[in-house]
Design a protein around this ligand. Sequence first.
Ligand SMILES: Cc1cc2nc3c(=O)[nH]c(=O)nc-3n(C[C@H](O)[C@H](O)[C@H](O)COP(=O)(O)OP(=O)(O)OC[C@H]3O[C@@H](n4cnc5c(N)ncnc54)[C@H](O)[C@@H]3O)c2cc1C
Length: 199
Amino acid sequence: MMLSRFAKSLFAIIAMMFLFTMLAMLHPPSRNYIDPWTGQLFGEGGVEKSLKAKQQIAGVNGGVIMGKLGNATAKAALGQATWKLMHTMTLRYPEHPTPDERDALKSYFYLTSRLYPCGECAAEFQLLLKKYPPQTSSRRAASLWLCAVHNEVNKRLGKKEFDCAHLDDEYDCGCGGDDNDVRTPKDVDTGADIIRGGR
Ligand SMILES: Cc1cc2nc3c(=O)[nH]c(=O)nc-3n(C[C@H](O)[C@H](O)[C@H](O)COP(=O)(O)OP(=O)(O)OC[C@H]3O[C@@H](n4cnc5c(N)ncnc54)[C@H](O)[C@@H]3O)c2cc1C
C-alpha cells in the first residue's frame, strides 16, 4: 500500500525523535551540583563518590604557576618572609596531628611549590619535594624536615648550613605560654579536645 507524503514525514519525525532519545540515553546529562548551604560540589554518582574525590585536593598536583622573579632584592625578601612563615608553622604544628592536619600541612607545601611567586624558586622547590617528600607525622618530624630542605636550598645558593638543633631559639614566636596550659581546651560545638601547637 502506498503511504501518503504526510504519513511518510510523520514516520520520519517519529524515527528521528526515537534516535535522539537513544543518543541522549547514551550520554546522560551531568548530575554535578553544588550544595547551596555548604558550597560543596557533589560529583556524578552522588555523595559517596564525591567524598572519595575530596581526598584528592584540587590543584595540589601540577606545575609552577608564576613566572621568573628577576629582582634579586625582592627575591631575598620574599624568601626570608616565606622561610619565617614556614618554620614558625612547623614549630607550632601539633605534636600528634590528626590525618586531616597531616593532609593540610602536606597540601600547603605542595601548593606553595606551585604558587610561590618566584617561578624559578618554585621549580627548584618542586624538585626538592620530589626528592624529600614532606614529613608530617609530628611537629618534630615536620620542623626537622623543613630545616633540612632549607639547608638544601642554602647549599645550592652557597649559603652557610643552619644547625637544626637551634630551631627553637631561632623561631621563638613569643607564644611560649600556650603549651603550658594544663587545661586541655575544648571545641565549643563538639566538646572535643583541641590539640595546641608549639612555642
Ligand atoms: C621554597 C624556597 C625556594 C627558594 N629558592 C630560591 C632559588 O632558587 N634561588 C634564589 O635565589 N633564592 C631562592 N629562595 C630564597 C632564598 O632561600 C633566601 O630566602 C634568600 O636568598 C635570602 O637569604 P638569607 O641569607 O637572607 O636567608 P634565608 O635563607 O632567607 O633564611 C632566613 C633566616 O632563616 C634562618 N635559617 C637559615 N637556614 C635555615 C634552616 N635550614 N632552617 C631554619 N632556619 C634557617 C637564618 O636565621 C636566616 O637568616 C627560595 C626561598 C624559598 C622559601
